[in-house]
Design a protein around this ligand. Sequence first.
Ligand SMILES: [Zn+2]
Ligand SMILES: [Zn+2]
Length: 352
Amino acid sequence: MKALFITSIGDPEKKTMGTIDMKEVPIPEPGPEEVRIKIAYASICGSDPHTLRGELGPMRPRILSRLPIRTGHEISGVIDAVGEVAAANGFKVGDRVTANYSKPCGTCYWCHTGREGLCKQAKASADGMAEYVSWHMSQVYKIPENVTLRQACMTEPMTIALNAVQTAQVSFGKKVAIFGGGGIGLMALQLARHAGASKIVVFELAESRQKMALDLGADAVLNPNDPNVSETIRKMTNGLGFDCIIDSSGASSAAQSTLDMLAPDGNVVFFAMYKPDFDLKVNLFSQMYLQQKHIHGMYTSSDCFPKTIEMLPLVNLDAIAEKEYSLDEYKAAFDDAVSGKYAKVIFRVAGE
Ligand SMILES: [Zn+2]
Ligand SMILES: [Zn+2]
């Protein structure tokens, strides 16, 4: 079968780019607790361009030592072979599924206390840009009939958007700011509306994404470099600032500006891949002590899969998946993903 490999990664100092290649590998046989999924769609993650540029911070040496590596962790497909334990657990050939690339160990302190994102022994299945994968049954979720496989390949990034909206404590009447109108930002925008936000502002530089944010329900789109931006925010928020801020931009300047725009007792969430040497400046006396602002960090969101799947039909994902390629067109697909021109680039592998 065909599978994509990252064959080299770039050097952020020299601004070089890594390389992707397609190779022929054997179709994986499922173990007793695994199911084999014939991949329908696989989407390119916002983290993939970072990996290609080598912007991996402390993870860089480990990735370098393991090259070439398989890639792809946002998938959907149809089960075409089932291990015997997985069959006893209700999985069968023909099931339409999506999956969580992360398989927390289930036995450590963090797993036992419901914080699987912190599990150090979590296994990552990142071999999804291929024709088939065999993943553990605990990673696999059936999808409802009213969700297409094309939409379902974006479940994993939507768990991140949903977790960010939850962590920012979006609820009825809250004023919300979202930095970055990429795939996750545009999902968070729609989920924040469902969660009851009364006003949602998206900060975005690119015109095409500004338009999409408005089409998908943003009340306003602001250019963060506009000199009048603080006055506009003051007017929109009755001088208080935003109750909830979600930074899906990963830009250091955006991250730094969030604390000033945050209302007292507001919640800001950071989960993007920032520059590894970027330190956020916080004034502990005024921002933390007097204004009681809350800063949250977030990584994976394994516990959010069931509710994200429930929300899939309520979010316009077709608009977000702006570009679609076959697996053979991987070079063009990754060029587009790296360019940042499109909210989301996806591979149609076997299709619906
Ligand atoms: Zn991802
Ligand atoms: Zn664990």
